[in-house]
Design a protein. Structure first.
Length: 442
């Protein structure tokens, strides 16, 4: 079989795989735009295949095979996006936010929105954003959001996606360019000024003993002592910036998810892998987020004891545990001023999507609904008994869910709910609130 014949066979195979995807039950309105984009790409490729008949070019054929491979990969991913594999209401909210952050102008200057698809995955939380130069035949880019299948019910943990959205946003030409311009000035001072300043921080006298031991072991095994370089410095700045991005996007729920998911995977929080030093130590990341909570004034309770002592006590415990920071001063790699500058920079670019904590009355209402084992939505009624429907930021539901779960012991009688059941109630609330918001928007 000649290379051009194999290319045609590959194109036909991808078309059949694409047709097969229509058998599945995906979220509303998503199948058509995904299918349409793939069809357009394959048609463009087929036109280029026919143009190769007269004088086949090996490099052109290889490039087209690579593009068909990418389309095939996206088709494989879409087959894991059937309803029921993840929280649809959370995924839909995440898709709405991602569309705004990942929008880019097309060749004619018009805003082009990516096709954001959510799929179930066996690994952790990730967002795969298509490279703009990867395919010359793309009309709209794909952004694939991967939910870990074992946590499909755990919407309180999904706030960690704020960090991944930060990474995806940094890779865009519009939002990314604006964020990088803010990032460069905000987090590039002090210990992060240069690779040399980071190395000096690492070898400082107040560095923890476990880190000093790792550095000594590294020097014993390799001819040169460990030093930071400019690439690693940029990796660290990006990771810290994305943590701040996630916190601003999802509020205290992000730090709760960050601590719950990332903390246990770092039994030595003051160390990092010297052979693959792409991420700062967990202690450094947690310390920065705690500092940011103080800068934002989010370390203070929203509720007041006189209005509801149980909810207030639960919120106080939630914040007390969230702000716990047992790590030494060495873990403080950035200053409050650098954090404040970063927060202001993110807000200047993404002001429409940053989280604003709700009022005390809303938090109390949502938490008391959870105490009654009901989905946490606003369910008050008028004097005539008519339901008083109100729009509500979905992130307030997550915030209330974390307060309730952390402060479970402060309620009487004590609710008999597991963490999974609290998450399921919050997930149901996201669905109901979405229906309310749709009704009020008519």
């Amino acid at each position: 079989m000649l290379p051009l014949d194999f290319l045609r066979e590959e194109s036909n195979s991808v078309k059949r795989a694409l047709d097969d995807t229509l058998r599945h039950d995906y979220a509303p309105e998503l199948s058509a735009e995904f299918y349409g984009e793939c069809v357009k790409r394959i048609r463009h490729i087929d036109q280029q295949i026919e143009a190769q008949v007269a004088a086949p070019q090996p490099q052109a054929i290889a490039a087209l095979l690579s593009e068909l491979g990418d389309i095939s990969t996206f088709i494989t991913l879409i087959e894991r996006s059937r309803l029921g594999e993840f929280s649809w209401p959370f995924a839909d909210e995440l898709r709405r936010i991602a569309r705004e952050f990942l929008a880019e102008p097309d060749l004619f200057g018009k805003t082009g929105y990516p096709i954001v698809h959510v799929v179930a995955d066996g690994r952790g939380y990730r967002i795969l954003f298509e490279d703009a130069v990867r395919s010359a035949n793309s009309v709209r880019k794909f952004a694939i959001v991967l939910f870990p299948r074992p946590f499909k019910d755990h919407v309180l943990l999904h706030s960690i996606f704020g960090h991944e959205l930060g990474h995806a946003s940094l890779s865009t030409s519009v939002t990314g360019y604006a964020l990088v311009s803010q990032l460069t000035g905000a987090l590039s001072g002090g210990n992060l000024t240069s690779a040399d300043s980071m190395t000096a921080w690492l070898y400082s006298s107040d560095a923890p003993q476990e880190m000093k031991h790792e550095l000594n072991e590294y020097q014993r095994r390799y001819p040169e002592p460990f030093k930071f370089n400019d690439d690693i410095r940029l990796f660290w700045i990006h990771e810290l910036f994305c943590d701040l991005f996630g916190l601003l996007l999802f509020g205290p729920s992000f730090l709760a998810a960050h601590k719950t998911i990332i903390g246990p995977s770092h039994p030595h929080p003051l160390k990092f892998d010297l052979l693959e030093p792409s991420h700062p130590p967990y202690a450094v990341r947690h310390r920065m987020l705690v500092q940011a909570m103080r800068v934002l004034q989010w370390h203070k309770t929203i509720t007041v004891r006189t209005f509801d002592s149980e909810v207030h006590a639960a919120e106080f415990q939630f914040l007390d545990e969230l702000m716990e920071d047992p790590f030494p001063p060495w873990a403080r790699i950035v200053t409050e001023q650098e954090i404040e500058d970063s927060i202001n920079g993110i807000r200047s670019v993404c002001s429409a999507n940053v989280y604003h904590p709700p009022g005390s009355d809303i938090i109390i209402s949502l938490v008391k609904r959870l105490k009654a084992a009901l989905p946490p939505i606003l369910d008050d009624r008028s004097a005539q008994g008519e339901p008083n429907l109100r729009k509500l930021d979905f992130r307030a539901i997550l915030h209330a869910g974390w307060i309730f779960w952390t402060g479970l012991g402060h309620f009487s009688p004590a609710p008999q709910l597991s963490f999974r059941q609290v998450n399921q109630l919050c997930n149901q609330a996201l669905l109901q609130q979405r229906a309310i918001d749709e009704f009020l928007s008519q």
